[in-house]
Ligand binder design. Sequence first.
Ligand code: BDR
Ligand code: CA
Length: 306
Amino acid sequence: MAARRPIIIDTDPGIDDALAIFLACASPELEIRAVTTVAGNVGINRTTRNASALVALAGKSQIPVFRGAEKPLAGTWSTIEDIHGQNGIGDATIPDGPNGSRGSAVEALIEILSAAQPNSQTVVLLGPQTNLALALEQQPDIVRGIKEIVLMAGSLGPEGGNSSRYAEFNVHVDPKAAHKVLDCGRPMFWAPLEVARQASVDQMWIDLLRATDRPCCNAGADMLEFYMKSFKKPAAALYDPLAVMWLIAPNLFDVTATTLEIETADAERAGQTRFKLGEGDGNIRVAVSCDADRVRTLLLERLAQL
Ligand code: BDR
Ligand code: CA
């Protein structure tokens, strides 16, 4: 088997973050070096508690969890408990992880990326991009350790936002951080809102997940049912799992090179992602569609392993 790809997951769990963490834990192609947390869907105490509990439920309590930024680089944001539940994971009850946080996320990013071979680490960003932006600001050299940045964020349509008319949540919460991360110049893969929505799951899929009767599947099913109710829709979009899916099954995506601008100046459009599809040198790539049936099937197969 090929060497496992070393990744750091930066996340704000979050129902869909939880599914993404489970998917990564269930994927032998990946070596999760650390999970770093950020405030976003809910506050930092919750996202950190959840990250530690989720890796433990997946049988991977040896993965270190590091507590990150409690607010964006500038301004304020609103948590979205109405969508993710008071506890951030759809009010599902799972036991606390045995380890909690091992320290600062920004320091962990700096330490891991500085010590790594050049061009070797994949950073997976599933929430506001504050931690990596802070790490890059404090220690610009760490960029050398990064092979690729893979993120669920942004929207293809200029007015296709979910957090504002113009902006997707992760970019909207901290546009300055997203801009800083984009500016670092490392190869990027973006999984945007529209593609994540293609890979939605419905009650029938959730029933199949629950039928496996595995602890992570039962918790995942509870969370997804909560998610569907929050959105008042008969299906729940698989936002963050798509970024992890790209790492294990890139053949399930249609991808194009793109250029990208992120709005940071105009308050109304803050966080808007302006992709010019088909342009650029391929350093930035974005998914434009996915094979939704195969994404759902592979996700189910993997989660059933936990
Ligand atoms: C993104 O926003 C968050 O609510 C989700 O966890 C996901 O990362 C989707 O816009
Ligand atoms: Ca998230």
